[in-house]
Design a protein. Structure first.
Length: 448
């Protein structure tokens, strides 16, 4: 009996090992569109592809941002450890998504080598013992004003015809990722990289190419959301190409939300300036009316307090914590009465240096006053439970700890001061806001 049990155990183990060995290995080779560091792991296209294909497949992401097929490009994929790892893995299927970075003007001067290098690259996989099926992806469209910069004409008139040549020479298969994305700028978050709507579309197109006889239902996308950003010059960000509200909207868009937003930041404004009798509040109402649609979630994202904390030089300064609370409650009540279904989110103000003095005087006294607003915000959230929620609390500590790295150095009456985030800091701040807004949306969806 004991020997019988041992035999059964061995058979089961052998069966499990055999089943594991039979998994079809899929290597997703590419650039930042494949790697997509801006998205969480679950929203990258290879991860979605894994979910679509199922447990009989093992999908790995070998994408690396900025890499080229051209050996003479600024960052050739050929030189990377991921390339060697993909080769060593001996995959059964190889999906190659390359060409976007090759189309950069500084790289495309070597275009005469593109077909030659691409053929060699394909053959390096083709000659593996697994004899993999190889798929060549046409690049996604490059929308005008993208960050690389890449002209879509280079992709359509040169890159794609050259990939066709590679296909002809190597007998690889084509996956068209260009045509399905034409005119769909809402599927990318910076006019070049796919957001979660884009990666869902990519994964389904690739899955249908790999398994043409299978049906892959289209997953539902997230809900629509409108966001009104209320704040001061840090929110307004006129000195930035991408102010925090834009960065926040891009982040939410990358998660798959259909986002509409309005930046109602006003330089130098305090809570007094945003009271219902003022023009700033009317701007908020008009903005909300213009973007709000029935059945969508409307969020008012508020970050006020920096100018309230000033010792002098701004409306109502210095604003005591008690007055700050009264003003904020009036603003909250006024928004809620006009938009009763909307959600209001209040973020903590962020740090500024103790020598800050421009047209207004802040200094250490102002910074200490700013800190007294934080427990007031917590009280406001608690006292308005149900429609007011806590926003970002991490920004103050983050910017205090990293100082000059993420701030624009500005010359003031007390020397160089730090109050306004630079382009990197604005992006981080926007992402901090967006993460809290995303949590709010998810909680709201659960309630529904």
């Amino acid at each position: 009996m004991k020997r019988y049990k041992i035999c059964i155990t061995v058979i089961i183990l052998l069966f499990c090992n055999f089943s594991f060995a039979q998994r079809i290995k899929v290597a997703c080779v590419g650039n930042s569109i494949t790697e997509n560091y801006a998205l969480p792991q679950k929203d990258k296209y290879p991860t979605i592809l894994q979910r679509l294909l199922g447990s009989q497949y093992e999908v790995r992401n070998y994408g690396i941002g900025g890499r080229t097929m051209l050996k003479k490009g600024n960052y050739p994929y050929w030189n990377e450890a991921q390339y060697r790892e993909a080769i060593t893995w001996n995959p059964d299927i190889v999906v190659i998504e390359m060409g976007t970075n090759d189309a950069k003007p500084k790289n495309w001067v070597h275009k005469e080598q593109f077909v030659v290098d691409y053929i060699e690259f394909v053959n390096s996989f083709k000659n593996l013992s697994a004899r993999p099926n190889i798929y060549l992806c046409y690049p996604l469209p490059a929308f005008p004003g993208n960050v690389l910069p890449v002209n879509d004409h280079t992709i359509t008139a040169e890159i794609i015809p050259m990939i066709k040549q590679v296909r002809s020479k190597t007998k690889a298969k084509i996956i068209d990722l260009h045509t399905p994305f034409i005119g769909k700028s809402g599927f990318v978050y910076d006019k070049i990289h796919p957001n979660s709507k884009g990666t869902i579309a990519m994964a389904r197109i690739i899955a249908k190419s790999v398994c043409p006889k299978r049906h892959f239902p289209k997953p539902p996308l997230h809900s629509k959301v409108g966001v009104i950003f209320i704040g001061n010059s840090i929110t307004e960000g006129t000195y930035l190409q991408t102010p925090p509200p834009v960065a926040a909207a891009m982040y939410l868009d990358s998660l798959g939300y259909d986002v509409k937003y309005a930046n109602c930041g006003m330089s130098g404004y305090t809570t007094y300036n945003f009271l219902p009798s003022g023009k700033a509040f009317q701007k908020i109402v008009s903005a909300a009316d213009s973007i709000y649609e029935k059945d969508e979630l409307l969020v008012f994202s508020i970050k006020l307090g920096t100018n309230d904390s000033a010792c002098e030089g701004t409306t109502g300064a210095p604003v005591a914590a008690s007055s700050y609370k009264i003003n904020m409650q009036i603003i909250i009540d006024s928004i809620h009465s006009r938009f009763p279904l909307a959600k209001i989110m209040i973020h903590y103000p962020i740090w500024y240096s103790q020598n800050t003095q421009n047209n207004a005087v802040y200094l250490k006294e102002g910074l200490n006053r700013l800190k007294t607003y934080m427990p007031v915000i917590d009280q406001l959230v608690k006292e308005n439970k149900g429609f007011v929620s806590t926003g970002d609390k991490k920004g103050f500590k983050f910017f205090r700890n990293h100082g000059p790295k993420y701030y624009k150095a500005q010359k003031g009456k007390m020397g160089i001061y730090y109050m306004h985030p630079n382009s990197y800091g604005a992006k981080i701040l926007g992402h901090l806001w967006a993460k809290r807004i995303n949590k709010l949306i998810m909680e709201n969806d659960k309630i529904k």
